[in-house]
Design a protein around this ligand. Structure first.
Ligand code: TXA
Ligand code: MG
Length: 330
């Protein structure tokens, strides 16, 4: 299959493709999504094929606003969902709510709930408005790989597998949306993301963490994720001297290492380095792209230095933890 890169000034072709049940990768404010008509089971099945995604991992439906959500919800919208939507939509917040049967089984992987968000990106919004139906879209990477934050990263994974990619430049937030189960009281954080939990708590009060026990709540949580080709080593510290010592040991163990760390860490004895900047927002913005870029140098290992769990730091930490094969706490 030939993959065509579309310029965002004319989205007619992309909307037509979605109407015909084809796949279109497009930017959102978080990461690039791989979109299909969310109410067409046959279109949505193509997403699972193109990504190599396990069938038991449900998708997010993308709508414009609360009015777009309401026809998808079974019964009345949970009050917590309503309050969160009012505060944070459009934006990097996904709410899990009871699902109407009209939503194809394949979208929600057989669950009786559905995940919905309203993206804050003009291209994503134009596509939803043009199709005039919800768009189902997971991140536009091959399953298990780092999420794409540029059209080039989508192309790297999806060339030959999908017909269209809309190139809207680098995404702003850089990590995926925060997923909140609003069918529980208090609400449950299923995936930390582009909206900090502190922000959620400021609206709904208590937010419970999904426990590791019992049935898997966000099915996506059980798979290894975000992994480049090189092994990832997570060094959980922000202390320069301690990290320098660990880097010496790791360089001996892995040969060449590539370093991804906040501002102010000296480069490793051998190999390349990239910066996460000096705060949680810049770290989220840069994380996935930097991992893909460092991976191109085929290092023996990519060492990621990160500790903070404040604000977007929690999402950054979560993604590193899932990508890592080893964690070092110096
Ligand atoms: O920012 C984002 O959320 C991006 C952009 C494209 O919108 N999308 C994204 O989708 O990250 P994906 O498929 O990579 O992640 C969706 C997450 C998975 O962890 C999935 O298991 C969970 O949401 N999820 C989807 N539906 C669910 C449901 N009904 N109940 C619980 N978790 C659900
Ligand atoms: Mg994903």
């Amino acid at each position: 299959m030939e993959t065509v890169i579309l310029n965002p000034t004319d989205l007619t072709r992309a909307v037509t493709a979605l109407r015909e049940g084809q796949l279109v990768a497009f930017p959102t404010e978080t990461v690039y999504g791989l979109g299909a008509d969310g109410l067409s089971a046959s279109a949505v099945r193509k997403i699972f094929e193109a990504k190599g995604r396990p069938q038991d991992n449900p998708l997010i439906l993308h709508v414009l606003d609360q009015a777009g959500l309401e026809p998808l919800v079974q019964g009345t919208l949970p009050p917590a969902a309503r309050d969160l939507i009012e505060a944070f939509w459009p934006g990097p917040l996904t709410v899990v709510v009871p699902a109407r049967p009209l939503i194809p089984d394949v979208v929600r992987a057989g669950l009786d709930t559905v995940a919905v968000r309203a993206p804050d990106h003009p291209i994503a919004r134009s596509l939803i408005a043009g199709l005039n139906r919800p768009i189902a879209a997971p991140s536009a990477n091959v399953s298990g790989r780092p999420s794409p934050t540029t059209a080039a990263a989508v192309e790297e994974d999806m060339r030959g597998r999908i017909p269209f990619i809309v190139d809207g430049g680098q995404t702003r937030v850089g990590v995926e949306s925060t997923v909140v189960d609003c069918t529980t009281s208090p609400v449950t954080l299923l995936r930390p993301g582009g909206l900090g939990v502190e922000m959620l708590a400021s609206v709904v009060g208590e937010v419970q963490q999904a426990s590791g026990q019992g049935p898997v709540r966000a099915p996506g949580m059980k798979y290894r994720h975000y992994a480049p080709k090189a092994p990832v080593v997570w060094v959980q510290s922000h202390e320069v001297s301690k990290v320098a010592q660990v880097l010496d040991d790791l360089a001996r163990e892995y040969g060449s290492i590539a370093l991804l760390a906040p501002e102010g860490f000296p480069p490793p004895p051998s190999g390349r380095a990239a910066s996460l900047g000096d705060n949680d927002v810049s770290a989220a913005h840069r994380l996935f792209q930097a991992i893909r870029a460092l991976d191109e140098g085929t290092p023996g290992a990519i060492v990621v230095v990160w500790e903070s769990d404040r604000g977007l730091g929690l999402a950054v930490r979560n993604r590193i933890e899932k990508a890592a094969t080893v964690r070092v706490v110096p």
